[in-house]
Design a protein around this ligand. Sequence first.
Ligand code: M6R
Length: 585
Amino acid sequence: MCGIIGYKGPENASEIIFTGLKRLEYRGYDSWGIAAKKDRGLFSLKRAEKLGEFEGKLPETHTAIGHSRWATHGGVSERNAHPHLSCDGNIAVVHNGIIENYQELRKYLMSKGHLFSSDTDTEVIAHLIEDYAKAHPFRESVLKAIEHLRGSYAIVAIKADEDEVIGARKDSPLVVGIGDGECFLASDVPAFIDHTKKVVFLGDEEMAVLNNGAEFYDVVTGKEIEKEATEVEWDAEQASKGEFEHYMIKEISEQKDSLLRAVAHEDKTLMDIADQINNAFGVFFVACGSSYHAALTASYIFSKITKKHINVVYASEFPYYEDFLTERTLMIPISQSGETADVMAAVKTAKKKGTKILSIVNVMGSSLMRASHSCLLMNSGPEIGVLSTKTYTSQVALLTMLAYACVGKLKEGKELVRKAAEAAEELTSAESRIKIVELASKLHKEEHMFSIGRGVSYPTALEAALKVKEVAYVNCLGFCGGEAKHGSIALVYDGMPCLVFSPSDETKADILSNAMELKARGAYIIGVSPENNETFDCHIKVPDVGDGNAIVDIIPVQLFSYYLAKLRGCDPDKPKHLAKAVTVR
Ligand code: M6R
């Protein structure tokens, strides 16, 4: 869950790395570091602070690597920040992933006289390369070092007396950017999108060597391989904050466009997927976090529209269902990043059983996309803020359209999402925000909240609770309205805020009764609903888009969480302990 980057070319590499790291900060931001070729040695700098706090100067150089960290092995400190160096300081390595056998490698290397200066798993890689470099050229030393590694890695390495920047990966992402006389290596495309849109997605156990251009190798055989470059559709503007203060608010505001991009998927593509769903014997939606909530939402929509039961399973729990899998099962992993380790592990389990994998992913070339038999790209555009916002609504929209496609009503499904896109525009307008800001100002000192819904709004309530928790650090408990009386109602106190999702559907009467039960015990009821009701102490009006309500009802709460976070002094783009791509299990 770290961001790594490397550059080789005529421009000032330090500046390119520093700017690229800012774009990768969403992957981890507890510390950072840079190593660069300077004169005949390596310059290295590490900081246990946010990149934005750095006021120093970096050297002018043409070859450099960088890292933005989300700590796994070893606490957050300067000594554990990357890059990690060999004993002689001539080799520098940045790494994303986990080296499972680092303890035994460390012992082995120490017995050979290597001195360690961090508590990380990564440092063994620098020393292993150093060990081989005594008798082998740099790229061969990297290949030989990699042979020892168990676990996951994306690495970028440089050596003081070599011109090459070397990158390799297994189970962690790494992409190569091919520019005009310059090359990049990075965990994700936004890191270098200002410079080039031409990318090569490295496969598992592949290595890239950047010098004058890029060469590619198979890590297992050591042989050179041909790789095709792809042009990415994203542009620099999409990947930058522009006039917005944070990525989170930018991405919330982009939902009209991202939903219209979902509608723009070709009918044939969606109908082919619908056929696969209709012909499968058992369908599993598998996901984590917000993507799981999108999947759960869709299971209600599938039930209503297609009369079909869809199994919805947390990816981390999925391996325990392996006995249900057959060759006729269809697994649909849903993931914004396409890198979530729990999802990847679930896919591995399913593949062993011969199950078909059809993924729904936003990031092109991601590990999940490559591991699937087929893939529906979400086309939401880059989502850099750590919180899923526009990708969540795109997932719900795509799955809703698929449900309609399954019963031959794709046109109707698309119309619904088009209406939801219009509603998203209204809900994110400056006028709509005034009320949300007022509510956040009123409630920003509260430490506890409830969030309830029923039926298709139950997952919306879960997603709302997750948004409030993860960005504003308010303990918001999400559950289905009917469950309050079975225990959670005991927590209600006078003035406790409670979000109530009450669309004009079959859940309305029941959820309003549940809200009344909480109100009777002192709860402050915030109704998210097309119409006001006497139960509500505060009414957040949302347009009525029928079966598309699950797409739009979350939007006011995304905004509420954002403003709440700001008022509570939390950084909306860098929630503590979180990272955008969760590549550990
Ligand atoms: O990239 P994915 O969709 O697989 O990510 C799944 C979760 O890690 C993600 O949704 C997480 O819960 C976010 N923090 C939600 O805002």
